[in-house]
Design a binder for this molecule. Structure first.
Ligand code: BGC
Ligand code: BGC
Length: 606
């Protein structure tokens, strides 16, 4: 009987699987037929429109969306609706979509945004730790949960596509984007990057609660040499490594993203052995699409094709022929970049003159339309505002708090000064990061570069400490630490928010004003625990002796309670460095074998 049931059960599983794969096969065939038929009706202009992405802030008129049939719009960092609140985002999205559907073939547009640590342009959204903090959790489950929650908040505003995860493998922390990377270690980036893709897209991109992920930046952005980038710094610099090394160090996370079904890729600004990735047919076509079999589409980075040597028309020809499928134009005339009108004019000329073959155009358009079709955009072009309650919800803030707990790395704990007692002692809280949502969130928060101060809703570290103790009066706060005294001081210091370009640094010293606050306590022999808010390890070798406790808090985001949970021992720290902690500025590019202040993988518990 038992055997019989088992046989029966396996038989029905086989039948079920058969039916499933038949129905996926059938859907696949239907999608292909749909896209083919659409393409057969399209004019050249309509095809080029699909390959064009414009930042909404540069639209001369909303009617340009249907006039040119743009395939995509984006919100770059800080490109927000006039009133920055969730409902206004959803309404803005719907108004653009409505306009797109007025075009002759009624093709909906894909709306893209950088939701790189939560839906971070939206006031009121949950802001999660930046990737560097998630790297320290070493926990793919929490990374997937964070990405899933982010996807829900993004989807709630109607937005379809997230320019994340960043799969950089940074090895020189002078780079202002170090914090966008999970780790200096390829394997860890691969594991956590895969988890992020699963979280954003869920098991099926045709899920109304999922968003399309984007593996970026392809390839090698984290490995460029200092001095070769913008302003002789590092961002957008040159990656000088052999193909072997490129494949070993930088490729595996991208391979994994493809295995997880990532829908899109973004090309990288940097050069590889002096050739712009955006101009590199070997990378974008031979390697990515042919060898690795990537079936989705490749978007260029912001005005990145303009950095290819030559005039704008030749930039278009080179990048499209290399394998770029959609160009983030983005129409930034006010920043001295090209307009979308000029882009479309030169693009069309290039095809008419035979400088870009028609089958390249059709391939790009097919890839874009297929993702639109597979993700259900044609069936569900508008936002579902019933999802708006997810934005900044208690449940998501709880996920963020857990991610923060797990991302804290306890580096020093002299005389077991931590965890702090919740009663019986007077705790001083000081430092410019203590009561500062903007600083604890870092770049890519509300604005592109981020900002100090009260930029969005959340719990500061000070507020969290106040609610953790049994009697609030036992906490005294002073930003600069002047005129206060107590049994122990928690000093929250670090870096002011920054993002790409502006975050490049020649050295990584702690600011003098921060050190002054610490000395105000150590001079009086009051034990100090330093909580460092930073987008990378900083050089603390000489100062460390003065500190009794030291926690790397990275850029935790809006849920400061996760920091307090560790300070008071409600969570016993488990975070481990996902980046080696150098002793001095001579240890870049990082080599894990060097004699560092703290080794890769270091992290104490109570
Ligand atoms: C960044 C990308 C980002 C894009 C859109 C670029 O400057 O390099 O990471 O996705 O802008 O904001
Ligand atoms: C960023 C955008 C930003 C723009 C401003 C780009 O590089 O990616 O998000 O809005 O620069 O210049």
């Amino acid at each position: 009987m038992k055997i019989f049931t088992n046989i029966f059960a396996s038989l029905s599983i086989v039948l079920l699987l058969g039916a499933c794969s038949n129905s996926t096969e059938a859907t696949k065939a239907k999608n292909i037929a749909f896209v083919d038929s659409l393409i057969s009706k399209m004019t050249l202009e309509e095809k080029l429109g699909q390959m064009t992405q414009v930042d909404r802030q540069f639209l001369n008129d909303i009617s340009d969306i249907s006039k040119y049939g743009f395939g995509s719009l984006l919100s770059g960092g800080g490109s927000t609706p006039e009133v920055n609140e969730p409902k206004a985002w959803a309404e803005m999205y719907d108004s653009y979509q409505k306009e797109a559907l007025k075009s002759r073939l009624q093709i909906p547009l894909l709306y893209g945004i950088d939701a790189v640590h939560g839906h971070n342009n939206v006031v009121g959204a949950t802001i999660f730790p930046h990737n560097i903090g998630l790297g320290a959790t070493r926990d793919p489950k929490i990374v997937e949960a964070v990405a899933r929650a982010t996807a829900l908040e993004v989807a709630a505003t109607g937005i379809d596509w997230d320019f994340a995860p960043c799969l950089a493998v940074p090895d020189d922390y002078r780079w202002g984007r170090t914090y966008e990377g999970f780790s200096e270690d390829t394997e860890l980036v691969t594991e956590l990057g895969g988890a992020a893709v699963r979280g954003y897209q869920s098991a099926n991109i045709n899920n109304p609660n999922s968003v399309l992920a984007c593996a970026k930046h392809f390839i090698g952005d984290g490995g460029t040499s200092f001095g070769t980038g913008l302003n002789k710094l590092i961002d957008r610099g040159n990656l000088a490594v052999s193909e072997d090394e490129l494949r070993k160090r930088h490729l595996p996370p991208f391979q994994k993203a493809i295995d997880e079904g990532v829908a899109t890729f973004m090309a990288a600004y940097n050069t590889w052995n002096d050739l712009k990735c955006h101009a590199n047919k070997f990378l974008l076509t031979d390697l990515l699409k042919e060898e690795l079999g990537f079936k989705g589409f490749v978007v260029s980075d912001w005005a990145a094709i303009e950095e290819i040597p030559g005039d704008y028309k030749s930039d278009i020809i080179t990048s499209i022929n290399a394998g770029i499928d959609m160009v983030m134009v983005p129409g930034a005339v006010k920043f001295g970049n090209e307009s979308y009108e000029n882009f479309l004019k030169l693009f069309k000329e290039s095809v008419d003159e035979g400088l870009i073959p028609m089958n390249r155009i059709d391939d790009a358009v097919r890839r874009i339309l297929m993702i639109k079709k597979q993700s259900g955009l044609f069936e569900r072009p508008f936002s579902d505002q019933s999802l708006l309650t997810y934005i900044g919800s208690q449940n998501h803030r709880q996920i963020a708090r857990e991610a923060v707990q797990k991302s804290m790395v306890l580096l020093k704990n002299k005389n077991d000064m931590l965890p702090l007692p919740k009663s019986g002692k007077k705790i001083i809280v000081a430092g410019r990061g203590a009561d500062n949502i903007g600083m604890q969130s870092g770049g890519w928060t509300i604005s592109w570069q981020g900002e100090m101060g009260n930029t969005t809703d959340g719990t500061t570290i000070l507020e969290a400490i106040r609610s953790a103790v049994n009697d609030e009066t036992s906490v005294e706060y002073s930003v600069d630490g002047k005129g206060v005294t107590g049994d122990v001081a928690v000093v929250v210091i670090g870096e002011k928010p920054y993002a790409e370009m502006e975050g490049d640094r020649k050295d990584l010293k702690i600011a003098k004003e921060d050190l002054a606050v610490i000395s105000r306590f150590s001079d009086k022999n009051i034990p100090v625990v330093v909580v460092l808010l930073s987008g990378r390890p900083m050089i603390v070798t000489e100062e460390l002796d003065e500190w009794d406790g030291f926690i790397a808090a990275w850029l935790p985001g809006t849920e400061g309670a996760g920091v307090a949970d560790v300070l008071f021992g409600d969570y016993n720290p488990t975070g481990k460095l996902s980046f080696s902690w150098p002793k001095n500025m001579d240890q870049f590019p990082i080599n894990p074998e060097d004699d560092h202040l703290y080794k890769f993988g270091f992290g104490l518990s109570y």
